[in-house]
Each structure stands twice: as structure tokens, then as C-alpha cells.
Design a protein around this ligand. Structure first.
Ligand SMILES: [Zn+2]
Length: 135
């Protein structure tokens, strides 16, 4: 299977779990050692000061900024499903799939944690980060 970053960016977006088959891989981003700017997806050069960025493995925890329920899905996606903006604890915001318990609506500020799953089906299933309620 291919992960979402490998396909869209040509960069690995997961790492940190080699040799730990049961471990959830870490989401990879970047941090600028000069100004501390944190980004996902990772950057080679800092967009603030053009310094060379370091790889950062996110803990995978964060806060839900907002979400939307998709009723009309693009090809390869099965509606309905949830997507939203997650503010990672290290400081980056990303748009990702959400997986929420039936009958429970996501709310601003909900604590979330990352899992990895199939975000698009097709000839080659696409893996990506999926955020679920923390706990
Ligand atoms: Zn910087």
C-alpha cells in the first residue's frame, strides 16, 4: 500500500516504527532549528527564514479545530465520512480524516489521537492519518 504523502508529495509521511510491527507509525513533519516553525507536511527549507529544517516525528496527539461530514464523496471514498482540521500539540495544523463513534458529534476542542488507516480505496489502497477521540 502507498501512504498519502508518498503519492502526493513524493515524501514519506510516516516513520519511527521500524522493528515495532504493532506500533502506530509517527507522522513526520519538520521543525526549523532557527525560529522553531513547525510544519506538516514537512518542509526542506523554512518558509519563514529559509533555514534548513529538521525532521520532526509528531506524537500524534492534538485538538480538533473543526470538522465537516462529507455526504458527496470523490471517487474512491465511501460517504458519509468525517474530515477536519487538527491542531497537533507540536504546533502544526493538518486536514485529515476523522473516525468518530456513531451518534457522537465532534466538537471544537475535542482531544484527538492519530491512527493509521485506509483513507481511499481503489486499485491501490491509500494509507493516511485518521484521528479518533483521545482516550
Ligand atoms: Zn525558521
Amino acid at each position: 500500500m502507498t501512504s498519502i504523502g508518498e503519492q502526493s508529495l513524493g515524501l514519506k509521511v510516516f516513520g519511527g516504527a521500524e522493528g515495532e510491527e504493532d506500533a502506530t507509525p509517527a507522522l513526520l513533519g519538520s521543525r526549523c532549528p532557527t525560529c522553531g516553525d513547525v510544519r506538516y507536511p514537512r518542509r526542506v527549507l523554512c518558509p519563514v527564514d529559509l533555514g534548513e529544517c529538521e525532521e520532526l516525528a509528531f506524537a500524534g496527539t492534538g485538538t480538533l479545530f473543526e470538522s465537516v461530514r462529507m455526504e458527496i464523496a470523490p471517487r474512491g471514498f465511501e460517504p458519509p465520512f468525517l474530515v477536519g482540521f487538527v491542531d497537533l500539540d507540536e504546533g502544526a495544523r493538518l486536514f485529515a480524516r476523522l473516525d468518530w463513534p456513531d451518534g457522537v458529534a465532534p466538537s471544537h476542542g475535542d482531544r484527538v489521537e492519530m491512527t493509521v488507516g485506509v483513507v481511499r480505496r481503489g486499485e491501490e489502497p491509500l494509507l493516511g492519518p485518521i484521528f479518533v477521540p483521545a482516550g
